[in-house]
Design a protein around this ligand. Structure first.
Ligand code: HEM
Length: 403
């Protein structure tokens, strides 16, 4: 175990993929002192930790509860099944398309309009950081003039969740955000119950399964989770799919010419550079994995970023290839996904189809606006982040199109 890479080292933060290769080969299961957890990396083991009920999400509680309150992510068994059934229908493909496609299209267009005549843009700070969060705010039927406030709130929630070094200011800011969000949302939820509409917040107010419905507090907690789970992840995903294509110009040209390849490009991006790199689980009993035993009650760090590059599952795993045949596009956004970017099993991402719609619409519009996009001169884009990861900036130049 002395040879195992340190997942909190600066080298790991700079290039986790090199460390993943070492782990997959020589340390597929090891105890990591600093995080007090067993680290697993092979595809078979990570997939099993997601799928088997013996692996709970109990160890999320201390991390999520202070900022979100209780959400489906922390629940298990029947409680989770009922609570998830309350929210899941709103994220089904047909429901999404009918109600929310125009919202997604409008938000992409508005952001792109602000730079399409300029010939250059940082796609992270001017597009990706705004697009998914604005979509969620609009889907909920909240006041659009509050976009900036929600962006600030989601930034502090994410900082709180990723606050490994326990910076007291970051912690205080996260807790302040929890209070501000509750202060804002609870009256809005009460008011919405009196004036139900066709928006997502109304759907949550009306939802009922087996005589269970959501309290004001439940809805506020779910909105808080949506900001983090839907904002941060899709933000990284959209920047990464553009970056991966620009770094592989032949594949960029192929997708530009045939837009039906966009879901494939997105699926391969989710495998190659997943927005969420690691997730914790806690086994309720001793479990024997393919690489050793993880004891009951221990924290298990599941490395999605490593599992997605396990050569036992994917041929030539360090190659970005939109056309790879060992990743099926048809199932890439369902719980039968080959990649593990949305997890698997009962906590499989509720928002996978929403993320797919956002990336399809966003990427289509970006390709229309900048068909000759290229990475701006200088050093290539640098990735950052440990739990969630994506390009820190993505400066692009293109020929402005005069309408
Ligand atoms: C769960 C990834 C987009 C809402 C998850 C999980 C992952 C994930 C890995 C499982 C967490 C765990 O098991 O511990 C992603 C990625 C996305 C994305 C990579 C974008 C590319 C979204 C969007 C929404 C969303 C757009 C909604 C607006 C949720 C919710 C859960 C979840 C509510 C909890 C499900 C449960 O506990 O049953 N997501 N997500 N996600 N995601 Fe996503």
């Amino acid at each position: 175990a002395g040879e195992a890479p340190d997942i909190l080292s600066p080298e790991f933060a700079e290039n986790p993929y090199a460390a993943y290769r070492v782990m997959l080969d020589t340390a597929p299961l090891f105890w990591h002192e600093a995080t007090q957890s067993y680290v697993v990396s092979r595809y078979e083991d990570v997939a099993r930790a997601f799928k088997e009920p013996a692996f709970t999400t109990d160890n999320y509680n201390w991390q999520l509860e202070p900022v979100h309150g209780k959400t489906i992510l922390q629940m298990s068994g029947r409680e989770h099944a009922v609570r998830r059934a309350l929210v899941a229908p709103a994220f089904r493909g047909s429901e999404l398309e009918r109600k929310f496609l125009p919202v997604i299209e409008r938000n992409a267009r508005q952001l792109i309009d602000s730079f399409r005549d300029r010939g250059e843009v940082d796609l992270v700070s001017e597009f990706a950081r705004h697009f998914p969060i604005n979509v969620i705010v609009d889907m909920l039927g909240l006041d659009r003039s509050e976009h900036a406030r929600f962006q600030k709130w989601y930034t502090s929630i994410i900082a709180f969740l990723g606050n490994l070094s326990q910076d007291p200011e970051v912690a205080a800011d996260g807790l302040r955000t929890r209070d501000e969000l509750a202060e804002y949302m609870i009256p809005v939820i009460r008011e919405r119950r009196q004036n139900l509409g066709d928006d997502l917040l109304s759907t949550l107010c009306k939802a009922e399964v087996d005589g269970t419905s959501m309290s004001d507090e439940d809805i506020k907690a779910f909105v808080s989770l949506l900001l983090a789970a839907g904002g941060e992840t899709t933000d990284k995903a959209i920047a990464s799919v553009v970056k991966n294509l620009l770094e592989h110009p032949d594949q960029f040209e192929a997708v530009l010419a045939d837009r039906s390849l966009i879901p494939r490009a997105f699926a391969e991006t989710l495998r190659y550079t997943p927005p969420v790199h690691m997730i914790m689980r806690q086994p309720a009993r001793d479990v024997e994995l393919s690489t050793g035993t993880v004891p009951k009650g221990a924290t298990v760090t599941c490395l999605i970023g490593a599992a997605n590059r396990d050569p036992r599952r994917f041929a030539d795993p360090d190659r970005f290839d939109v056309f790879r045949t060992d990743l099926a596009e048809e199932t890439a956004f369902s719980a039968a996904a080959g990649h593990l970017a949305f997890a698997l099993g009962r906590h499989f991402c509720v928002g996978a189809l929403l993320a797919k719609s956002e990336v399809e619409v966003g990427l289509n519009q970006l390709l229309d606006a900048m068909p000759d996009a290229r990475l701006a001169d200088g050093a290539g884009p640098v990735e950052q982040g440990l739990f969630t990861r994506g390009p820190a900036t993505l400066p692009i130049t293109f020929t402005p199109r005069i309408p």
